[in-house]
Design a protein around this ligand. Structure first.
Ligand code: NAD
Ligand code: 0WE
Length: 275
């Protein structure tokens, strides 16, 4: 009786731990924190809360202090290193740094996008060859490059999560070449899922409703978009970083074990509307 009582206690504790810390023992690499409003920061906080140890990139010296300060909230020893994803040599150096900190990676968050500002202003028809190239390089190809580099360290399988937006499948005025790049990103998610499935590495995208971040703030008419979602989305409100974090934890954990190649919407239901 005393013996079985101890066993049940141990089983209960293990169950409680699995439920409250679903990412305990996992190591994650996070790309795309610029500041505390970044979607990457929202998902990183949820991953850390769920028990994961994290390693962060920052894009350039301008963002170094920001990211170091945020990362340090998970402990002063949280690794942070530079990586501009448009540079192959940066990606090699960054993953050499990662290898110095951990022998295995389980999770990757890719929360990076960029198009030259002028490409998000006029009409899509006027997109230059260079703006098209840059948008696709940084916003879509970088997922392939980062996933390939990380997959060498994902010996126990894992989960790769990237961020998309509805402009990938429907026309959102002024999203322009970013919409085309997000379509390439979502297709890349499917092909990567096929290639990496045999290694038990899952690859998925979260398609987020509008969030007031650095990348969004520069966009003229962005606050009108937030209001539009409040009026027209089924939930009649905008989404939160916490809700993106919760979806990030689901995809990273065993809850998402059968899910790969997908684009999952965290958009207050906006994308189901026909009018
Ligand atoms: P953000 O500005 O906080 O994050 C964008 C990040 O991309 C920054 O950290 C920036 O440093 C990084 N980045 C850009 N070029 C880079 C490069 N060459 N190398 C390395 N990093 C680079 O804005 P965010 O809104 O959090 O954007 C994150 C992701 O979420 C993007 O993929 C964006 O398209 C997507 N998204 C945003 C919204 C929104 O409304 N904010 C909605 C849906 C999807
Ligand atoms: O993916 C994005 C934005 C990504 C982005 C933002 C910028 C602003 C600064 C990419 N490149 C740049 N380049 C810059 O110079 N979103 C989903 C947010 C967003 O951007 C829009 C949107 C929405 C939503 C642009 C036009 C219309 C809607």
């Amino acid at each position: 009786m005393a013996h079985s009582g101890r066993d049940i206690g141990g089983t209960k504790r293990a169950l409680w731990r699995a439920m409250s810390k679903p990412l305990e023992g996992k190591v994650g690499v996070v790309f795309g924190v610029a500041n505390k409003r970044s979607i990457a920061w929202g998902i990183a906080q949820a991953w850390a809360q769920a028990g994961a140890k994290l390693i962060f990139n920052y894009q350039g010296e301008r963002l170094k202090e920001n990211v170091e300060e945020l990362a340090a909230t998970f402990g002063a020893d949280t690794p942070v290193a530079p990586c501009d994803v448009s540079r192959d040599e940066d990606i090699v150096k960054f993953f050499d740094f990662v290898k110095g900190k951990t022998s295995r990676v389980d999770l990757v968050l890719h929360s990076v996008a960029f198009a030259p500002k002028e490409a998000l202003e006029g009409s899509f028809l006027d997109t230059s060859r260079e703006a098209f190239r840059v948008a696709h390089d940084i916003s879509a190809y970088s997922l392939v490059a980062v996933t390939r580099a990380a997959s060498g360290l994902m010996s126990g399988g894992g989960s790769v999560v990237t961020m998309s937006y509805y402009g990938a499948e429907k026309v959102v005025p002024h999203y322009n070449v970013m919409g085309v790049a997000k379509a390439a990103l979502e297709a890349s998610v499917r092909y990567l899922a096929y290639d990496l499935g045999p290694k038990k590495i899952r690859v998925n995208a979260i398609s987020a409703g509008p969030v007031n971040t650095l990348a969004a703030r520069g966009i003229s008419g962005f606050s009108a978009m937030l209001t539009h979602y409040e009026q027209h989305a089924p939930l009649k409100r905008n989404i939160t970083l916490e809700e993106l974090g919760a979806m990030g934890v689901f995809l990273a954990s065993d809850g998402g074990a059968g899910v790969t190649g997908q684009t999952l919407y965290v958009d207050s239901g906006y994308s189901v509307m026909g009018m």
